[in-house]
Design a protein around this ligand. Structure first.
Ligand code: AMP
Length: 137
């Protein structure tokens, strides 16, 4: 599937590319949460991180850590978010897997805490058992 990110990989549209290797391309987000907000994408297309080759995913997080260290040392950020939205219900808008690496600063005014759900404590063991069963298949 063609996406804006596959066009960036093909150099059909411009991007502020800051790193590239055989597996990933890394460029600045066009609408940053803070300046230096970076996206790490795999060159091999996958729709989201639930479908990406696990070795590729592991490489993406390894590169994200390098980016985060560069952001800390050069931009002076005091925190970094690694965020991957998988699926539109999780906030994904571009359907080519990508990992956000977002530099954060004290009181930068952006999101800090997720909204937590109300839940029935009796449902916790049911959910827990379902996940354990699936993981042990
Ligand atoms: P998500 O909501 O996780 O799918 O995030 C998609 C991200 O891609 C957003 O933060 C956009 O600002 C960013 N984005 C979309 N188009 C471009 C582009 N042409 N160059 C760089 N970043 C982009």
């Amino acid at each position: 599937m063609t996406t804006i990110f596959s066009k960036i990989i093909a150099r059909e549209i411009p991007a502020d590319i800051i790193y590239e290797d055989d597996i990933v391309l890394v460029f600045l987000d066009i609408k940053p949460i803070n300046l230096g907000h970076t996206l790490v994408i795999p060159k091999e297309p996958s729709i989201d991180g639930t479908e990406t080759n696990p070795d590729t995913l592991a490489h993406m997080i390894k590169i994200a850590q390098k980016i985060a260290l560069a952001q800390k040392s050069t931009l002076g950020c005091t925190g970094v978010n690694y965020i991957m939205n998988n699926g539109s219900d999780a906030g994904q808008e571009v359907f080519h897997t990508h990992l956000h690496v977002i530099p954060r600063f004290p009181n930068d005014g952006s999101f800090k805490h997720a909204v937590h759900c109300e839940f029935n404590p009796n449902e916790v063991p049911i959910v827990k058992d379902k996940l354990i069963e699936s993981l042990n298949k």
